[in-house]
Design a protein around this ligand. Sequence first.
Ligand code: UDP
Ligand code: MG
Length: 313
Amino acid sequence: MLISLIVPCYNEEESLPILYEALCDVRKAESSTDRCFEFIFVNDGSRDKTAEKIKELAANDKSVKYVFFSRNFGKEAAMYAGMQKAKGDYVAILDADMQDPPSLLPEMIRVLDSGEYDVVAARRVTRKGEPKIRSFFARCFYKLINRMCDVEIADGARDFRLMKREVVDAILSLSERQRFSKGIFAWVGFRTKWVEHENVERVAGETKWSFWKLFRYAIDGIVAFTTAPLRLATYCGFFFAFAGFVYLIYYFIRAIILRIYNEVPGYPSLLCFILFIGGLILMCLGILGEYIGRTYIESKARPIYIPSDESKD
Ligand code: UDP
Ligand code: MG
């Protein structure tokens, strides 16, 4: 039985050797059984010596395979490329920085072996070592998306998971360009077991995620998995139409019963209403724009990534 381990790498020259050692330990621990391993490194257009490091590993170890990208396409694309290349009956995805502890793999393999589950996914129960403000926004994001979305996206879920072949095929069949894997994993379903671990800080290098990159990723996730924000415009429209109607009746009655016709004050409130509703209209247009823009990009049907000619089997 073959197990594929996929590692997306972007500027990971320092972490790679450490990770490779850890993966070899896993391989050694599992060598008594009839299992083989393949390690698939996806070099996502790194600017440091990651490419050389990977080639060096491949030269000394036949089970190391790799895909190189022509530029940086992002982790989502790297995971997709890895899954396309993986031939294993079980396929795992893990980060290069050891934040997805490879030492959990044997336990995860046991779980799939038992036949009760199709996916074992890791989830961190703490966010120790992460900036407080980032954890706060992350929590808000998960609350928001789960309220709007039909599928449950687990808070703290990482991309670290071990999957059976059929799950990988299901994920590959979702060939959208703007990939939000946390959503895709939840969407394809299957029987999932969660293993929990403490947050681990990366061994070397630094995270590629700035706050704004995460923020954009969050918006992408929401737009990709629910159309609920579009409904917001409809609800607001109903609300303001109703409020306007009530206001109209109020003035009508005032004119008939109290005979107040030409009242001049009210300029500030008028201005407030105009500004507020103008803002609301712009916001709704913006939301519409988000969806239309994504439709436009999907309709171009560009490939998810472009391999460079260095890639090898
Ligand atoms: N990564 C990638 N392409 C990118 C950014 C990141 O392949 O454009 C890889 C990176 O090398 C690492 C994993 O994705 O293996 C997670 O990245 P990182 O550790 O920066 O994210 P964090 O753990 O902070 O969420
Ligand atoms: Mg990391």
